[in-house]
Design a protein around this ligand. Structure first.
Ligand SMILES: Cc1ncc(COP(=O)(O)O)c(C=O)c1O
Length: 337
């Protein structure tokens, strides 16, 4: 029985998302490389955030909210999907876009996610800092108070780690869904490779996999901060998810992998390896990645494959969390060839 069954939620995603073998990649590296297609969750271009939003929206509706507020980078997929979720549920929505990534290209500011946010008619404000999670969250609370003063009720989906981690519940479910698919195929994976940013995906996924009795390492690929800081973040989030669910499962520190070898040159800035990974998967399999999250994560998996980390009979699973809308904010992926 699912660990999340008692929490309020709404349906926002196409589930189960497909689990596919990347046949050409598997043949090239003589191992079995699987992809869990959470880029196909279906909500306004899809991605991991719809699983998380199912629980935030469940909570928002339970509390009688009429407006959603959230914050994120200019090319935030979370912001785009929050707007879509609000629209699907008939709610008003206001978003705060942070200047987090030093990119001047007009496409970064107008194409991809910000374009879709405008298309869906969200009210947009801007926040000058990109590394001030507490300040960004506080600005949302100020706006929520203004909405309350005129008789409305806003629900804030915050950025920082200091809140009840409803989003992570979505990936407890996501892991349970994936484990059922692997079980049906009688596959025992040797490793999962997942991005780790706000850490909701990584944390929920790790807990969900362990709750299903699978001991394969969950390799978190840092996309936002260095491995030591990310480890602290995942640990704190794990504690709060465990507490809110009320489970007896415990995850020891040495079971938390936060690998920051693909982080440089920084959040939202793809390295050459990331650009190569995006082009490689697009051209080898017709599967689209993104420059901030899934591209970096797959780039790390390519490193492992090239090193020969997996045997012929091994199965490794890459969690594709989406982000593809942001490709349109990075025209240099094809322009600079
Ligand atoms: C496409 C994509 N993948 C991965 C992540 C990271 O997920 P999390 O924030 O749950 O760590 C994000 C976060 O915004 C995302 O948009």
């Amino acid at each position: 029985m699912s660990l999340t069954k008692d929490f309020p939620r709404v349906e926002l995603s196409h589930k189960p998302t497909p689990l596919e073998l990347l046949k050409n990649v598997s043949a090239e590296f003589a191992t079995n490389v699987w992809i869990k297609r959470d880029d196909c969750t279906g909500l306004a271009f899809g991605g991991n955030k719809s699983r998380q939003l199912e629980f935030y929206l469940g909570q928002a509706l339970k509390e009688g909210a009429d407006t959603l507020l959230t914050t994120g980078a200019v090319q935030s997929n979370h912001v785009r999907m929050t707007v879509a979720a609000a629209r699907k549920m008939g709610l008003e929505v206001e978003v705060q876009l942070e200047h987090r990534v030093a990119r001047e290209q007009p496409e970064y500011h107008n194409s991809g996610n910000p374009y879709l946010v405008k298309l869906m008619g969200a009210k947009i404000s801007y926040y000058p800092e990109g590394e001030d999670e507490d300040g960004a969250d506080k600005a949302l609370e100020v706006r929520a108070a203004e909405i309350a003063a005129r008789g409305g009720k806003a629900y804030v989906i915050p950025l920082s780690n200091a809140h009840t981690p409803y989003g992570a519940l979505g990936y407890v479910d996501g892991a349970e869904e994936l484990m059922a698919q692997l079980d049906a195929l009688q596959i025992e994976p040797v490793r999962f490779v997942v991005p780790t940013g706000s850490a909701s995906t990584h944390t929920g996924f790790l807990l969900g996999v362990r709750a299903c009795g699978c001991v394969a390492p969950v390799h978190g690929v840092c996309v936002r901060r260095d491995g030591v800081s990310q480890m602290q973040r995942v640990k704190a989030k794990l504690n709060s998810v465990i507490e809110v669910i009320g489970t007896h499962i415990r995850i020891p520190d040495d079971d938390i992998i936060c690998d920051d070898s693909m982080l440089a040159p920084g959040y939202g800035l793809p390295s050459e390896a990331t650009v190569d990974a995006i082009r490689y998967l697009a051209r080898r399999e017709g599967v689209l990645l993104d420059p901030t999250y899934s591209g970096k994560t797959f780039a790390l998996l390519i490193d492992m494959l090239k090193r020969g980390d997996f045997g012929h009979d091994d199965h490794v699973v890459f969690l594709h969390t989406g982000g593809t809308a942001s490709l349109f904010g990075y025209p240099e992926l094809v322009d600079d060839e």
